[in-house]
Ligand binder design. Sequence first.
Ligand SMILES: Nc1ncnc2c1ncn2[C@@H]1O[C@H](COP(=O)(O)OP(=O)(O)OP(=O)(O)O)[C@@H](O)[C@H]1O
Ligand SMILES: [Mg+2]
Length: 241
Amino acid sequence: MIQISNVTKVYGNDIKAVDDITLSIKDGEIFGFLGPNGAGKTTTIKMITGILPIDEGTIVINDLDIAKKPIEAKRVMGYVSDNPNIFERLKGIEYLNFMADIYQVSKEQRKTKIEELGEQFEMIQALDDKIQSYSHGMRQKIVVMGVLLHNPDVWILDEPLTGLDPKSSFVLKEMMKKHAKNNKTVMFSTHVLEVAEKVCDRIAVINNGKILFVGTLEEMKKQVSLESSLEKMFLEMTENE
Ligand SMILES: Nc1ncnc2c1ncn2[C@@H]1O[C@H](COP(=O)(O)OP(=O)(O)OP(=O)(O)O)[C@@H](O)[C@H]1O
Ligand SMILES: [Mg+2]
C-alpha cells in the first residue's frame, strides 16, 4: 500500500506543483491518478518513488517511509517513468540483464521472467537489437519488462499506456488486473478517462497540485451529478477549481 500524507512540493520559490495532498492506495486495488497536463501527477509519482525529495509531509510504501528507508522502499516498488528513452545504446537483453542485476534477480528467475514477458509483449525478436532502433511503444515495453523482472509488490506507472498498440495495452492492463487480484498495489497516472474507466477500482483527480476527488468512478459520476460523458464531468471538476 501507499500512504501519502499532507505532501507538498514547491519548485523554485513559488511553483507549488503539489499542494498538501493526502491519499491512501490500498492493496488489491488499481488506483488511477487523473489530471490534465501540468496537474502534478509526475511530481507526486517522483516523490513516491524517491526521485524527488518531499518538501512537506510523508510517503510510506508497505510500512517503509521513502525518506527514511529509501533503499528498502525502492526494493518493493516497480516504477515506469513517463520517459522510456533510456540506455539507448544497450540491446534490449543487455538492459534487462542490467535491471535484473540491480534488483539482484537470480539467473534462473530472470531467464524465466524474460521469456514470459517477452512472449506476452511480443518482444523476443527485438531483444538482440539496440534500444535506439526501437519504436516508442517498444521502448515503453522494454521499460515495463525491466521493472517487472524482480516481481515488485507495488507498481507505479506514469502514463504507461501512452504509445502502446491496442494489443500491448490490453496485455499490460490484464497484468495490472492480475497483480491487483493477488492483493498487490497498482497506481498509474493517465489523462485518458476511458482507460481509467476500464481498469481502475478507484481514482483520484488532481489539478493545480490539489486533489479534487477520490473514490470510484461511480461516486464521481454521482458527485458531479451529470448524465453526460465522463470527460465532461472531468472537465467540469477541473474547471470548478
Ligand atoms: N523540474 C521542474 N522545475 C520547475 N517546475 C516544474 C518542474 N517539473 C514540473 N514543474 C511544474 O510543476 C507542475 C506539475 O508538473 P507535473 O510534471 O507534475 O505535471 P503532470 O500532471 O505530470 O503533467 P503531464 O500530464 O503533462 O505529464 C507544472 O506546473 C510544471 O510546469
Ligand atoms: Mg506527467
